[in-house]
Design a protein around this ligand. Structure first.
Ligand code: ADP
Length: 453
């Protein structure tokens, strides 16, 4: 890929698109940004201030199909007309991380992907590197886009949260440490409802790695295990596990046994009680192991890692405690947008649950949580525009199922069903776009409604 007067077209003007535009301009490309919808005010401002040509409310084909390279925002599906034309014209298509990667110099990358736990693990890993006074930035779905960071404040280390969409158009992207947390069905609407396509997309994080790189991966995940049995990986694989049958104390990696967490690396053992971890729940023990191994590979001392593990606060909207009102506890897990994250949320509940479930269904199969719902859930309060799939699935399992269409109604209904000692859990298992702006909006409205009770 050259520079000079080559034409770079960016489709989609949000964080990653604008980041790519800034970097492209800085690197001497002739940049054009095209957004089919309306561009958000702050992004439009940035484009204007930097003298970057753009359009919104449609795509002008002749200004796009003359590009040398097209950077596609992760939100844009390959099925839209303009993408078909770009592909037919044989133009190189890059994701934003691929584009930025080409300008990252000799910096190092820890890239984190998976169906669930990306943000938490990314933030935790970043905090460790930051506490150790590394020159580090947190980029990707959380924080600035990688491209914007490379353009505006290049660092020696990048801790990056990567979604499968970002991995779909990479051609050279090679992280020093790639982390794969888990794979469960999500976003199948974008993968022709073929789970194997989504799996392949997640594994492409390791596609361009070689034997000097690391692939940190969950050994207990059945989908991952099956893939690894039939595909070869070039990077050095380091596992983390809490399955007694998998634990091999001679191997480098992470494991949990007898309520203690161990990270083995280069002949040293980090060892601490899981009760001293600030993050609660099994899922977070996996996230913690992944972050711990990655940080050890990055050269951080185990004492520093242990210190951060015992102080990390967690993120908003992830099993976030809101309040206890007349003995009823409220928990906001609005970020639980797929069934697997609902499983982990329910798994970590110790009291009877009133479950707020529903939203925009991405082709959910609720059988995964059936057992836990039977065991722990007293009532389901649906919070979605169309709640039929929930009624169909749980109609004979849970006695009480009601429909609500706002966070406030959902909170009131839940509170009415709850008795002292119960917990009201917002873990929708669905996207939020039918009734809310996004999951943050859903979580905020939920918390507000609780505060107003
Ligand atoms: P992501 O960035 O991958 O969406 P988050 O850290 O934001 O991940 O967490 C998303 C949801 O999944 C939250 O509801 C959280 O409680 C749950 N979760 C976090 N880590 C895991 C994990 N390792 N496995 C399953 N669920 C998880």
């Amino acid at each position: 890929m050259g520079t000079g007067t080559q034409r770079l077209v960016i489709l989609g003007a949000a964080e990653s698109g604008v980041g790519a535009a800034l970097l492209g301009k800085q690197q001497g490309w002739e940049v054009f940004v095209s957004d089919y919808g309306k561009i958000k005010e702050n992004f439009r401002e940035t484009l204007l201030q930097n003298g970057i040509e753009f359009e919104e409310g449609g795509h002008t084909e002749r200004k796009i199909l003359n590009a040398e390279c097209v950077v596609k925002s992760p939100g844009i599906s390959d099925k839209v007309a303009i993408m078909k034309q770009v592909r037919d014209a044989g133009i190189e298509v890059c994701s934003e991380i691929e584009f930025a990667y080409r300008y990252k110099g000799d910096s190092k990358i820890i890239a984190i992907t998976g169906s669930n736990g990306k943000s938490t693990t990314t933030k935790l890993t970043y905090n460790i590197l930051e506490e150790a006074e590394y020159d580090v930035a947190m980029v990707g779905n959380i924080g600035y886009s990688f491209a914007r960071q490379v353009a505006e404040r290049p660092c020696k280390w990048y801790v990056m949260e990567i979604s499968s969409f970002q991995l779909d158009d990479i051609h050279t992207f090679r992280p020093d440490v790639a982390v794969l947390l888990n794979i469960t069905p999500d976003h199948l609407d974008r993968y022709n409802y073929v789970f194997d396509n989504y799996i392949a997309s997640k594994f492409s994080i390791t596609k361009y790695q070689n034997a000097t790189d690391y692939f940190v991966v969950n050994q207990d995940d059945k989908v991952i295990k099956q893939y690894l049995a039939t595909h070869s990986i070039h990077a050095k694989i380091i596992y983390f596990t809490m399955d007694e049958n998998n634990i091999d104390k001679e191997q480098e990696g992470g494991h949990i046994s007898d309520s203690r967490l161990y990270i083995e690396y280069e002949g040293e053992t980090l060892d601490m009680s899981i009760h001293d971890l600030t993050l609660k729940g099994k899922h977070n023990q996996y996230n913690t192991m992944a972050a711990g191994i990655s940080s050890r590979i990055a050269g951080i001392r185990k004492e520093k890692i242990r210190e951060v593990f015992g102080a990390f606060e967690g993120l908003e909207h992830r099993l976030e405690y809101v309040a206890t009102i007349r003995g009823v506890k409220f928990i906001n897990d609005s970020k639980a947008t797929n069934v697997n994250s609902v499983w982990y949320a329910l798994e970590s509940m110790e009291q009877p649950v009133i479950l707020i479930l529903g939203g925009q269904d991405k082709g959910n199969d609720y059988s995964e949580i059936l057992e836990l719902v039977r065991e722990k859930v007293k009532a389901i309060v649906c919070l979605g525009a169309d709640n039929k799939p929930i009624h169909d699935f749980f109609g004979h399992v849970v006695d009480t199922i009601v429909d609500t269409k706002s966070a406030s109604d959902a909170v009131h209904a839940s509170y009415a069903f709850a008795e002292k000692g119960d917990v009201v859990l917002l873990a929708p298992g669905c996207a939020s776009f039918d009734l809310f702006k996004n999951y943050e909006d859903r979580g905020k409205q939920f918390k507000e409604a609780v505060q107003n009770l």
